[in-house]
Ligand binder design. Sequence first.
Ligand code: UD1
Length: 430
Amino acid sequence: MDRIRIRGGNKLNGVIDISGAKNAALPLMIIPLLTPETVTLHNVPRLVDAQRLQRILQNHGVDITTAGKKSGQAGAAGETLKISAKTIVDTVAPYELVSKMRASFWVLGPLIARMGEAKVSLPGGCAIGTRPVDMHIMAMEKLGATVEIDQGYVIAKAKNGLKGGHISFSKVTVGATHAALMAAVLAKGDTTIENAAMEPEITDVAECLVKMGAKIEGIGTRNLNITGVTSLHGAEHTVVADRIETGTYAMVVGMTGGDVLLRGARADTIENVILTMQRAGLTVDTTNEGLRIRRNGSGILPVDVTTDPYPGFPTDMQAQFMGLMTMAKGKSHIRETIFENRFMHVQELARLGADIHLHGDMAEVRGVTKLTGADVMATDLRASVSLVIAGLAAQGETNIHRVYHLDRGFEALEEKLQGVGADVTRIAGA
Ligand code: UD1
């Protein structure tokens, strides 16, 4: 199994190109199931999760052709995928495929909407809490589907098509909002989605659906109103820049010091994170090329954060921010409100010398003046990258094992870091 070796201590300077957002690319790859015409997606990040999803879609009979610059090429702008679901040959998404990636469960909505039936295995994905799918199922039922769970499969049917309905989420959920939206666009009549997630990735998907002929109002707000159409057509869309990757590299620079331009970053999608970084003592400038992050000389200031649905501080940045806070000049508190059990990075950060105490959903981080390299284990996607952040500031050598987690969500991580002067190497099979 590969590992990543980091020799910490270098300040970072230069340019990092921000990739397309994984969390937008995955649902964008799924919505072509709604039309027999071709949807062309640009700026799709080269990630293991995107490749896995291609295999899952191909299993349903979807044709996918790929073009685009090679990874590592200057200014590489992701892949272009032409996705065509002319004929859907199978409405079953089997356990072997879905268990590896939670987002593949989201094929449920489009399959019922277009084919009137779907049988999708209950999902897998990062081990961060129980992550139920009750609200996905509720949304499908509100749209007129009958749903049963049998031997680990969700079996949904709507023989005469879906009907518009009122869906009210008791808790903000990204996945179930995607599911409801993807299904409602082809349902007969009007649908309202109350307490919808308004993450930029939902907006990106909704905008692509509109290009495909969907009628959606309230995009980017908590309430979505959809008027169903009888069919959708092909479209061309560019995946929005990854705000989590942007925030991650910003924290990297905060940790190491230096001056890095995050080219292509969209400041408007990470306003809360920018404010938090400024409070922590980083200089953040929005330029017409992206975001410029600097920390020269001054130390890192402690800041308290609580994760919340967008526009709050993202749970997907919690581990990275904790990495940064391990070397702050004082005590900070980080509260996780979205997922239980999302503190698996704490014990690994401790191996590098971090001083963190857990009190339920709150981590108290007491900043230390020095971290020391060690062997650590990646436990989930975002947790793994917090170890990269800490390793880049640690004295000596850090080896991160089980890096397949990183490959699920960070395109060309080592190349991007090497490009700004970090001493990071992937060591195959060790
Ligand atoms: C998505 C993101 C993930 C991010 C998360 C929260 C993708 C591919 N993944 O995950 O990176 O961390 O949003 O921003 O976009 N819940 C229920 N019942 C449901 C669905 C969710 O109780 O039916 C709960 C979850 O357990 C969790 C909360 O709602 O506590 C939010 O989950 P959700 O927003 O749905 O996360 P995902 O869509 O899985």
